[in-house]
Design a protein around this ligand. Structure first.
Ligand SMILES: [Zn+2]
Length: 334
């Protein structure tokens, strides 16, 4: 079995000077054939599939905003164009295609490289450059297909408020987010979901937390969370804006750091859920970092060597030892 991927760069979903643009994926596109993965064709998601996460009225509002010419729809700013509704259905469909192929055993693992991204989109609100929550839609689809538990790990620099909201009251779905504290959207406090200790896990990070911090988090928080929740499939919100050289944020990962955390997640999937893992593109606004980050994910999935561009962060890392201890204590991880 091989690693699969879907590719939907949404070339017409673009707004003047907006950082979430097709050009994010330009450098990656030229290298897609070199990763040893097999491209899947995917159909657009249906309205019913989108409606497993989003309110019908919200879906209609996004469609209406597109059909009436598009524009800015929230303060992030989130934009839509006349094609964005269909683009968003294809982004969700590309994610569903990967998740279904892995769940059915047609692919060993997969990477949905799609835009617009999804993790900020809440059940009743498109926001944060996101229209429909691709990864939450795929998680609910897996439940429909018989999965008992699905866990999302989100290493985008921003908190995935939309995924957290979609999973809030569903004990079959778990969420773990690492994110820079103090930036958009402002959610993701450690103690934000006291009703869901051990299930909704937030790891808010100081600026410049990078490869070393993420190494500690992988062992002390991510591994115990995955082992205790014991999902039947792991989905990963892979946002490459947690690279130190992202224009929007100030975390500290290097490309080698993306490789390390992605490889660890693949290993844990092998230990816990027969290797069933799907990565889904979220943010990342420097095209070089998107290329290197995606290369790291493919290397982690295929077992091929990672061509490390040696782009270590120039910043020192903060000490997060005590913060990790308090998060573990809050959730009961040992
Ligand atoms: Zn982000």
């Amino acid at each position: 079995m091989t690693t699969a991927y879907t590719w939907w760069p949404a070339p017409q979903h673009e707004y003047e000077d907006h950082p979430e643009r097709p050009g994010r994926l330009r450098e990656l596109e030229a290298k897609l054939d070199s990763f040893g993965a097999e491209r899947l064709d995917a159909a657009p998601a249906t309205r019913d599939e989108i409606a497993r996460v989003h309110a019908p009225r919200m879906i209609e509002a996004v469609e209406a905003a597109c059909k009436t010419g598009g524009g800015i729809i929230d303060y992030a700013p989130t934009f839509v164009t006349p094609t964005s509704f269909d683009d968003a259905l294809l982004a969700s469909g590309g994610t569903l295609g990967c998740a279904r192929a892995v769940w059915a055993g047609a692919a060993s693992d997969a990477f949905a490289i799609v835009r617009p991204p999804g993790h900020h989109a809440e059940p009743r609100r498109a926001m944060g450059f996101c229209l429909f929550n691709n990864i939450a839609i795929a998680a609910r689809d897996l439940l429909e297909r018989g999965a008992a538990r699905v866990l999302v790990v989100d290493y985008d620099a921003h908190h995935g408020n939309g995924t957290q909201a979609a999973f809030w009251d569903d004990s079959r779905l778990a969420y773990l987010s690492t994110h820079q504290w103090g930036i958009y959207p402002g959610t993701g406090r450690m103690d934000e979901a006291p009703h869901a200790k051990g299930r909704i896990v937030n790891v808010p990070l100081p600026a410049y937390a990078g490869d070393a911090c993420f190494g500690q988090i992988s062992e002390k928080i991510i591994a115990p969370h995955l082992r205790s929740f014991h999902p039947e499939m792991i989905l990963v919100s892979a946002g490459f804006d947690s690279h130190w050289d992202d224009p929007l944020t100030s975390l500290g990962l290097s490309s080698a750091g993306f490789y390390a955390i992605s490889k660890r997640l693949v290993e844990l999937a092998g230990e816990i859920c027969k290797g069933k893992i799907v990565f889904v593109l979220e943010g990342g606004y420097n095209p070089r970092n998107v290329l290197n980050g995606a290369s790291a994910v493919f290397a982690a999935l295929t077992g091929r060597p990672f061509a490390d561009p040696a782009d270590k962060s120039p910043h020192g890392e903060p000490d997060i030892e005590r913060m990790i201890e308090s998060i573990c204590a809050w959730h009961g991880f040992v």
